[in-house]
Design a protein around this ligand. Structure first.
Ligand code: IFM
Length: 440
Protein backbone atom coordinates (compact mmCIF):
# COMPACT_ATOMS: atom_id res chain seq x y z
CA UNK A 1 0.00 0.00 0.00
CA UNK A 2 1.29 3.44 -0.86
CA UNK A 3 1.49 5.43 2.39
CA UNK A 4 -1.11 8.18 2.60
CA UNK A 5 -0.29 11.87 2.44
CA UNK A 6 -1.53 12.11 6.04
CA UNK A 7 1.36 9.90 7.22
CA UNK A 8 3.90 12.54 6.01
CA UNK A 9 4.61 15.97 7.52
CA UNK A 10 1.93 18.49 6.56
CA UNK A 11 4.31 20.50 4.33
CA UNK A 12 5.66 17.45 2.44
CA UNK A 13 5.17 17.79 -1.33
CA UNK A 14 4.44 15.11 -3.90
CA UNK A 15 5.21 15.46 -7.56
CA UNK A 16 5.82 13.68 -10.83
CA UNK A 17 8.72 14.35 -13.18
CA UNK A 18 9.33 14.35 -16.94
CA UNK A 19 11.84 15.94 -19.30
CA UNK A 20 11.50 17.94 -22.48
CA UNK A 21 13.17 15.73 -25.11
CA UNK A 22 11.63 12.60 -23.63
CA UNK A 23 8.03 13.79 -24.01
CA UNK A 24 7.55 16.99 -26.02
CA UNK A 25 8.10 16.05 -29.64
CA UNK A 26 11.20 17.92 -30.67
CA UNK A 27 10.19 18.30 -34.33
CA UNK A 28 7.47 20.77 -33.35
CA UNK A 29 7.61 24.44 -32.45
CA UNK A 30 10.82 25.57 -34.11
CA UNK A 31 13.32 23.76 -31.85
CA UNK A 32 16.88 23.40 -33.13
CA UNK A 33 18.75 20.16 -33.71
CA UNK A 34 20.34 18.53 -30.67
CA UNK A 35 23.12 16.05 -30.10
CA UNK A 36 20.46 13.47 -29.22
CA UNK A 37 19.05 13.76 -32.75
CA UNK A 38 22.56 13.17 -34.07
CA UNK A 39 23.31 10.33 -31.66
CA UNK A 40 20.03 8.57 -32.46
CA UNK A 41 20.67 8.90 -36.21
CA UNK A 42 23.93 7.00 -35.87
CA UNK A 43 23.41 3.23 -36.23
CA UNK A 44 23.89 1.16 -33.10
CA UNK A 45 23.44 3.93 -30.55
CA UNK A 46 19.71 3.72 -29.81
CA UNK A 47 17.36 0.74 -29.92
CA UNK A 48 15.61 0.84 -33.31
CA UNK A 49 17.31 4.22 -33.95
CA UNK A 50 14.36 5.80 -32.12
CA UNK A 51 14.45 9.55 -31.42
CA UNK A 52 12.43 12.30 -29.79
CA UNK A 53 10.89 13.93 -32.88
CA UNK A 54 7.36 13.03 -31.75
CA UNK A 55 7.84 11.31 -28.35
CA UNK A 56 4.58 11.67 -26.38
CA UNK A 57 3.37 14.63 -28.41
CA UNK A 58 3.26 16.66 -25.20
CA UNK A 59 3.98 19.84 -27.17
CA UNK A 60 0.35 19.75 -28.33
CA UNK A 61 -1.19 17.60 -25.59
CA UNK A 62 0.17 19.46 -22.56
CA UNK A 63 -3.26 20.62 -21.27
CA UNK A 64 -4.40 17.00 -21.04
CA UNK A 65 -1.14 16.02 -19.32
CA UNK A 66 -1.46 18.81 -16.76
CA UNK A 67 -5.07 17.76 -16.13
CA UNK A 68 -3.81 14.24 -15.46
CA UNK A 69 -1.23 15.56 -13.00
CA UNK A 70 -3.82 17.58 -11.14
CA UNK A 71 -6.20 14.60 -11.28
CA UNK A 72 -3.78 12.48 -9.25
CA UNK A 73 -3.58 15.17 -6.55
CA UNK A 74 0.07 16.04 -7.15
CA UNK A 75 1.37 19.28 -5.68
CA UNK A 76 4.34 19.89 -7.98
CA UNK A 77 5.29 19.14 -11.56
CA UNK A 78 9.00 18.72 -12.26
CA UNK A 79 9.51 19.44 -15.97
CA UNK A 80 12.47 20.57 -18.05
CA UNK A 81 12.95 23.17 -20.75
CA UNK A 82 14.86 22.45 -23.91
CA UNK A 83 17.80 24.73 -24.61
CA UNK A 84 17.42 24.13 -28.36
CA UNK A 85 13.72 24.98 -28.23
CA UNK A 86 14.52 28.33 -26.61
CA UNK A 87 17.71 29.00 -28.62
CA UNK A 88 17.86 26.76 -31.71
CA UNK A 89 21.59 27.38 -32.22
CA UNK A 90 22.34 27.31 -28.49
CA UNK A 91 23.54 30.92 -28.69
CA UNK A 92 22.24 34.07 -30.33
CA UNK A 93 18.78 33.96 -31.84
CA UNK A 94 15.83 33.17 -29.60
CA UNK A 95 12.86 31.10 -30.77
CA UNK A 96 9.83 33.06 -29.59
CA UNK A 97 7.58 30.04 -30.05
CA UNK A 98 9.72 28.12 -27.59
CA UNK A 99 9.51 30.77 -24.89
CA UNK A 100 5.76 31.09 -25.51
CA UNK A 101 5.39 27.33 -25.08
CA UNK A 102 7.12 27.27 -21.69
CA UNK A 103 5.18 30.30 -20.55
CA UNK A 104 1.87 28.63 -21.50
CA UNK A 105 2.99 25.47 -19.73
CA UNK A 106 3.93 27.27 -16.51
CA UNK A 107 0.72 29.30 -16.54
CA UNK A 108 -1.21 26.08 -17.17
CA UNK A 109 0.34 24.56 -14.05
CA UNK A 110 -0.51 27.56 -11.95
CA UNK A 111 -4.11 27.55 -13.23
CA UNK A 112 -4.41 23.96 -12.04
CA UNK A 113 -2.83 24.59 -8.64
CA UNK A 114 0.44 22.83 -9.54
CA UNK A 115 3.80 24.26 -8.50
CA UNK A 116 6.18 24.47 -11.49
CA UNK A 117 9.60 22.94 -10.72
CA UNK A 118 11.82 23.76 -13.70
CA UNK A 119 15.03 22.10 -14.85
CA UNK A 120 17.07 24.00 -17.42
CA UNK A 121 19.03 21.13 -18.95
CA UNK A 122 17.91 17.54 -19.23
CA UNK A 123 20.41 16.42 -21.83
CA UNK A 124 19.46 17.72 -25.30
CA UNK A 125 22.45 19.91 -26.12
CA UNK A 126 21.99 22.08 -29.24
CA UNK A 127 24.07 20.50 -32.02
CA UNK A 128 25.91 23.73 -32.92
CA UNK A 129 27.30 23.76 -29.38
CA UNK A 130 28.28 20.11 -29.69
CA UNK A 131 30.21 21.16 -32.81
CA UNK A 132 32.19 23.52 -30.59
CA UNK A 133 33.12 20.73 -28.18
CA UNK A 134 29.97 20.74 -26.04
CA UNK A 135 30.70 19.95 -22.41
CA UNK A 136 34.44 19.71 -23.17
CA UNK A 137 34.55 23.43 -23.94
CA UNK A 138 34.83 25.69 -20.91
CA UNK A 139 32.77 28.36 -22.73
CA UNK A 140 29.69 26.21 -22.22
CA UNK A 141 29.38 27.63 -18.71
CA UNK A 142 28.78 31.12 -20.11
CA UNK A 143 26.56 29.91 -22.97
CA UNK A 144 24.47 28.10 -20.38
CA UNK A 145 24.28 31.17 -18.15
CA UNK A 146 23.06 33.23 -21.14
CA UNK A 147 20.36 30.66 -21.94
CA UNK A 148 19.38 30.58 -18.24
CA UNK A 149 18.91 34.31 -18.24
CA UNK A 150 16.84 34.38 -21.44
CA UNK A 151 14.55 31.60 -20.29
CA UNK A 152 14.16 32.83 -16.73
CA UNK A 153 13.51 36.42 -17.73
CA UNK A 154 10.32 34.96 -19.23
CA UNK A 155 9.21 32.34 -16.65
CA UNK A 156 11.45 32.91 -13.61
CA UNK A 157 8.86 35.02 -11.80
CA UNK A 158 6.34 32.15 -11.87
CA UNK A 159 8.30 28.95 -11.31
CA UNK A 160 8.22 27.53 -7.80
CA UNK A 161 11.77 26.17 -8.04
CA UNK A 162 14.55 25.85 -10.58
CA UNK A 163 17.57 23.58 -10.95
CA UNK A 164 20.17 24.02 -13.69
CA UNK A 165 21.25 20.53 -14.75
CA UNK A 166 19.61 17.16 -14.29
CA UNK A 167 22.04 14.41 -13.22
CA UNK A 168 25.50 15.88 -13.88
CA UNK A 169 27.02 12.36 -13.69
CA UNK A 170 24.98 11.29 -16.71
CA UNK A 171 25.86 14.46 -18.64
CA UNK A 172 29.56 13.89 -17.97
CA UNK A 173 30.53 10.30 -17.16
CA UNK A 174 27.78 8.27 -18.81
CA UNK A 175 28.10 10.30 -21.99
CA UNK A 176 31.88 10.92 -22.24
CA UNK A 177 33.45 7.91 -20.47
CA UNK A 178 30.97 5.07 -20.96
CA UNK A 179 29.65 6.45 -24.26
CA UNK A 180 26.10 5.26 -23.55
CA UNK A 181 24.49 8.67 -24.12
CA UNK A 182 25.10 11.53 -26.54
CA UNK A 183 27.72 12.49 -27.57
CA UNK A 184 28.79 8.84 -27.14
CA UNK A 185 32.43 9.46 -26.31
CA UNK A 186 34.73 7.05 -24.49
CA UNK A 187 37.58 9.33 -23.62
CA UNK A 188 39.06 10.11 -20.20
CA UNK A 189 40.25 13.61 -21.09
CA UNK A 190 36.80 14.54 -22.42
CA UNK A 191 35.29 13.04 -19.25
CA UNK A 192 37.47 15.02 -16.86
CA UNK A 193 36.63 18.23 -18.67
CA UNK A 194 32.91 17.46 -18.77
CA UNK A 195 32.95 16.46 -15.06
CA UNK A 196 34.29 19.93 -14.29
CA UNK A 197 32.45 22.08 -16.83
CA UNK A 198 29.05 20.65 -15.86
CA UNK A 199 29.63 21.86 -12.32
CA UNK A 200 30.87 25.20 -13.55
CA UNK A 201 27.79 25.65 -15.77
CA UNK A 202 25.60 24.74 -12.81
CA UNK A 203 27.25 27.47 -10.73
CA UNK A 204 27.06 30.11 -13.48
CA UNK A 205 23.38 29.30 -14.01
CA UNK A 206 22.65 29.64 -10.28
CA UNK A 207 24.43 33.01 -10.32
CA UNK A 208 22.38 34.13 -13.33
CA UNK A 209 19.13 33.21 -11.60
CA UNK A 210 20.20 34.92 -8.37
CA UNK A 211 20.91 37.99 -10.48
CA UNK A 212 17.28 37.94 -11.57
CA UNK A 213 16.18 37.74 -7.94
CA UNK A 214 14.96 34.15 -8.17
CA UNK A 215 14.56 32.00 -5.07
CA UNK A 216 14.27 28.29 -4.30
CA UNK A 217 17.15 27.22 -6.53
CA UNK A 218 18.60 23.72 -6.26
CA UNK A 219 20.93 21.05 -7.57
CA UNK A 220 19.74 17.65 -8.78
CA UNK A 221 22.23 14.76 -8.76
CA UNK A 222 21.77 11.03 -9.27
CA UNK A 223 23.01 8.29 -6.98
CA UNK A 224 23.64 4.54 -7.13
CA UNK A 225 24.37 2.57 -4.00
CA UNK A 226 27.77 0.97 -4.62
CA UNK A 227 28.29 -2.28 -2.76
CA UNK A 228 31.45 -4.41 -2.92
CA UNK A 229 30.82 -7.53 -5.00
CA UNK A 230 32.54 -9.72 -2.38
CA UNK A 231 34.37 -9.50 0.95
CA UNK A 232 37.81 -8.72 -0.50
CA UNK A 233 39.71 -5.50 0.14
CA UNK A 234 39.96 -5.07 -3.65
CA UNK A 235 36.17 -5.13 -4.05
CA UNK A 236 35.79 -2.66 -1.17
CA UNK A 237 38.24 -0.29 -2.87
CA UNK A 238 36.47 -0.69 -6.22
CA UNK A 239 33.06 0.12 -4.71
CA UNK A 240 34.53 3.10 -2.87
CA UNK A 241 35.95 4.54 -6.08
CA UNK A 242 32.67 3.98 -7.95
CA UNK A 243 30.90 5.78 -5.12
CA UNK A 244 33.45 8.57 -5.49
CA UNK A 245 32.97 9.51 -9.12
CA UNK A 246 29.28 8.63 -9.17
CA UNK A 247 27.92 9.86 -5.85
CA UNK A 248 30.49 12.12 -4.17
CA UNK A 249 32.13 14.12 -6.97
CA UNK A 250 29.37 16.67 -7.60
CA UNK A 251 28.13 16.96 -4.02
CA UNK A 252 31.71 17.53 -2.80
CA UNK A 253 32.21 20.26 -5.37
CA UNK A 254 28.85 21.97 -4.85
CA UNK A 255 28.81 21.83 -1.07
CA UNK A 256 32.48 21.61 0.01
CA UNK A 257 34.35 23.31 -2.84
CA UNK A 258 36.54 20.24 -3.37
CA UNK A 259 36.71 17.08 -5.44
CA UNK A 260 37.17 13.68 -3.76
CA UNK A 261 40.90 12.89 -3.58
CA UNK A 262 40.45 9.25 -4.62
CA UNK A 263 38.75 10.27 -7.88
CA UNK A 264 41.29 12.99 -8.59
CA UNK A 265 43.98 10.28 -8.62
CA UNK A 266 42.46 9.12 -11.90
CA UNK A 267 40.95 12.28 -13.39
CA UNK A 268 43.50 14.79 -12.09
CA UNK A 269 45.97 14.55 -15.00
CA UNK A 270 43.15 15.21 -17.47
CA UNK A 271 41.48 18.15 -15.73
CA UNK A 272 41.40 21.56 -17.43
CA UNK A 273 44.12 23.94 -16.31
CA UNK A 274 43.18 26.17 -13.37
CA UNK A 275 40.14 24.14 -12.36
CA UNK A 276 40.86 24.95 -8.69
CA UNK A 277 39.89 28.58 -9.32
CA UNK A 278 36.35 27.59 -10.31
CA UNK A 279 35.34 25.90 -7.07
CA UNK A 280 33.74 28.99 -5.56
CA UNK A 281 31.49 29.36 -8.61
CA UNK A 282 30.56 25.67 -8.61
CA UNK A 283 29.63 25.98 -4.94
CA UNK A 284 27.36 29.00 -5.46
CA UNK A 285 24.84 28.59 -2.62
CA UNK A 286 21.64 26.71 -3.38
CA UNK A 287 18.43 26.41 -1.38
CA UNK A 288 17.85 22.68 -1.65
CA UNK A 289 19.33 19.47 -3.02
CA UNK A 290 17.52 16.91 -5.15
CA UNK A 291 18.38 13.22 -5.20
CA UNK A 292 17.49 10.93 -8.08
CA UNK A 293 17.69 7.32 -6.98
CA UNK A 294 16.84 4.02 -8.67
CA UNK A 295 19.13 1.15 -7.72
CA UNK A 296 22.31 -0.30 -6.26
CA UNK A 297 25.27 -1.87 -8.09
CA UNK A 298 27.68 -4.59 -6.98
CA UNK A 299 31.18 -3.52 -7.94
CA UNK A 300 34.33 -5.62 -8.20
CA UNK A 301 37.88 -5.17 -9.55
CA UNK A 302 38.62 -6.00 -13.20
CA UNK A 303 42.26 -5.00 -13.68
CA UNK A 304 43.20 -2.88 -16.67
CA UNK A 305 43.14 0.90 -16.92
CA UNK A 306 41.74 3.16 -14.19
CA UNK A 307 39.15 2.86 -12.69
CA UNK A 308 39.74 -0.87 -13.25
CA UNK A 309 36.41 -2.11 -11.96
CA UNK A 310 33.07 -3.32 -13.19
CA UNK A 311 29.57 -4.40 -12.26
CA UNK A 312 28.57 -7.88 -11.15
CA UNK A 313 24.94 -9.00 -11.48
CA UNK A 314 23.23 -8.88 -8.09
CA UNK A 315 20.69 -11.32 -6.60
CA UNK A 316 17.79 -8.95 -5.78
CA UNK A 317 14.54 -8.68 -7.79
CA UNK A 318 15.04 -6.37 -10.77
CA UNK A 319 13.03 -3.89 -12.78
CA UNK A 320 12.66 -4.05 -16.56
CA UNK A 321 15.92 -2.07 -16.78
CA UNK A 322 17.70 -4.95 -15.01
CA UNK A 323 18.17 -2.67 -12.00
CA UNK A 324 18.01 -4.24 -8.55
CA UNK A 325 15.26 -2.90 -6.27
CA UNK A 326 16.94 -1.62 -3.14
CA UNK A 327 14.99 1.06 -1.20
CA UNK A 328 17.56 0.95 1.63
CA UNK A 329 19.91 2.79 -0.73
CA UNK A 330 17.53 5.74 -0.93
CA UNK A 331 17.43 6.02 2.86
CA UNK A 332 21.24 5.77 2.95
CA UNK A 333 21.77 8.62 0.47
CA UNK A 334 19.24 10.93 2.08
CA UNK A 335 20.92 10.40 5.44
CA UNK A 336 24.45 10.74 4.08
CA UNK A 337 23.69 13.80 1.97
CA UNK A 338 22.35 15.67 4.99
CA UNK A 339 25.13 14.49 7.31
CA UNK A 340 28.10 15.00 5.00
CA UNK A 341 27.09 17.81 2.65
CA UNK A 342 23.89 19.76 3.07
CA UNK A 343 23.09 19.93 6.81
CA UNK A 344 19.68 21.51 7.35
CA UNK A 345 19.02 22.29 3.68
CA UNK A 346 15.75 20.79 2.41
CA UNK A 347 16.20 17.57 0.45
CA UNK A 348 13.87 16.32 -2.26
CA UNK A 349 13.73 12.94 -3.91
CA UNK A 350 13.54 14.43 -7.39
CA UNK A 351 13.28 11.09 -9.25
CA UNK A 352 12.40 7.55 -8.26
CA UNK A 353 10.46 4.94 -10.17
CA UNK A 354 10.70 1.78 -12.24
CA UNK A 355 10.32 0.46 -15.75
CA UNK A 356 7.95 -2.48 -16.14
CA UNK A 357 6.64 -4.53 -19.08
CA UNK A 358 3.24 -2.85 -18.77
CA UNK A 359 0.42 -4.13 -21.00
CA UNK A 360 -3.07 -2.78 -21.51
CA UNK A 361 -5.81 -5.39 -21.05
CA UNK A 362 -9.44 -4.24 -21.38
CA UNK A 363 -8.32 -0.65 -20.93
CA UNK A 364 -6.49 -1.42 -17.67
CA UNK A 365 -2.76 -1.52 -16.87
CA UNK A 366 -2.38 -3.46 -13.63
CA UNK A 367 1.16 -2.42 -12.64
CA UNK A 368 1.21 -3.88 -9.14
CA UNK A 369 5.02 -4.12 -9.11
CA UNK A 370 5.26 -0.36 -9.58
CA UNK A 371 2.78 0.24 -6.74
CA UNK A 372 4.93 -1.96 -4.45
CA UNK A 373 8.11 -0.18 -5.62
CA UNK A 374 6.68 3.25 -4.85
CA UNK A 375 5.35 2.09 -1.49
CA UNK A 376 8.71 0.68 -0.39
CA UNK A 377 10.63 3.78 -1.43
CA UNK A 378 8.14 6.11 0.23
CA UNK A 379 8.47 4.04 3.41
CA UNK A 380 12.26 4.48 3.17
CA UNK A 381 11.69 8.24 2.96
CA UNK A 382 9.44 8.10 6.02
CA UNK A 383 12.08 6.19 7.97
CA UNK A 384 14.70 8.93 7.50
CA UNK A 385 12.22 11.72 8.17
CA UNK A 386 11.61 10.00 11.52
CA UNK A 387 15.37 10.21 12.15
CA UNK A 388 15.28 13.96 11.54
CA UNK A 389 16.58 14.12 7.95
CA UNK A 390 14.95 17.19 6.34
CA UNK A 391 13.28 15.50 3.35
CA UNK A 392 10.57 17.81 2.05
CA UNK A 393 9.21 16.11 -1.03
CA UNK A 394 9.15 13.13 -3.37
CA UNK A 395 8.78 13.05 -7.18
CA UNK A 396 8.10 9.89 -9.07
CA UNK A 397 9.68 9.23 -12.44
CA UNK A 398 7.71 9.46 -14.56
CA UNK A 399 4.31 10.93 -15.28
CA UNK A 400 4.21 9.36 -18.75
CA UNK A 401 5.84 6.45 -20.52
CA UNK A 402 8.45 8.20 -22.63
CA UNK A 403 11.69 8.11 -24.61
CA UNK A 404 14.15 6.21 -22.46
CA UNK A 405 17.19 7.54 -24.34
CA UNK A 406 19.42 4.81 -25.79
CA UNK A 407 16.74 2.25 -24.92
CA UNK A 408 14.11 3.97 -27.06
CA UNK A 409 10.42 3.60 -26.25
CA UNK A 410 10.45 0.04 -24.89
CA UNK A 411 11.14 0.80 -21.25
CA UNK A 412 7.97 2.11 -19.68
CA UNK A 413 8.45 4.21 -16.52
CA UNK A 414 5.13 6.06 -16.55
CA UNK A 415 2.21 6.22 -14.17
CA UNK A 416 0.35 6.75 -17.43
CA UNK A 417 0.62 4.39 -20.36
CA UNK A 418 1.27 6.03 -23.72
CA UNK A 419 0.40 4.32 -26.99
CA UNK A 420 3.21 5.66 -29.17
CA UNK A 421 1.13 5.21 -32.35
CA UNK A 422 -2.08 6.98 -31.32
CA UNK A 423 -0.50 8.95 -28.42
CA UNK A 424 -3.47 7.91 -26.31
CA UNK A 425 -2.89 8.18 -22.56
CA UNK A 426 -4.20 5.46 -20.22
CA UNK A 427 -3.63 5.97 -16.49
CA UNK A 428 -2.20 2.81 -14.93
CA UNK A 429 -3.26 1.25 -11.61
CA UNK A 430 -0.27 3.02 -9.99
CA UNK A 431 -1.65 6.41 -11.09
CA UNK A 432 -4.97 5.63 -9.42
CA UNK A 433 -3.29 4.23 -6.29
CA UNK A 434 -1.11 7.32 -5.91
CA UNK A 435 -4.06 9.59 -6.58
CA UNK A 436 -5.99 7.94 -3.74
CA UNK A 437 -3.01 8.14 -1.37
CA UNK A 438 -2.47 11.83 -2.14
CA UNK A 439 -6.10 12.93 -1.80
CA UNK A 440 -6.45 15.70 0.76
O1 IFM B 1 14.61 8.51 -18.00
C1 IFM B 1 15.64 8.84 -17.13
C2 IFM B 1 15.69 10.31 -16.89
O2 IFM B 1 15.85 11.03 -18.06
C3 IFM B 1 16.82 10.68 -15.95
N1 IFM B 1 16.83 9.85 -14.79
C4 IFM B 1 16.68 8.43 -14.94
C5 IFM B 1 15.47 8.13 -15.80
C6 IFM B 1 15.31 6.60 -15.97
O3 IFM B 1 16.43 6.04 -16.55
Amino acid sequence: MIPDRSSFPADFLFGAATSSYQIEGHAHGGAGRTHWDDFAATPGNVVNAEHGALACGHYHRWPQDLDLLAGANFDVYRFSCSWARVMPEGRGAVNGEGLDFYERLVDGMLERGLKPAATLYHWELPSPLADLGGWRNRDIANWFADYTEILMRRIGDRVWSAAPINEPWCVAWLSHFLGHHAPGLRDIRATARAMHHVGLAHGRSIQAMRGLGMKNLGAVCNFEYAQPADDSAEAAAAARLYDGYYNRWFLSAMFRKEYPADVLEGLGPHMPEGWQDDMDTIASPVDWAGLNYYTRKLIGPTGGAWPAHGEVTGPLPKTEMGWEIYPEGLAYFLRRTAQDYTGDLPLYVTENGMAAPDQIADGVVQDDDRIAFLARHLEAVQSVIAEGVPVKGYFTWSLLDNYEWALGYDKRFGLIHVDFESLQRTPKASYHALGRALAR
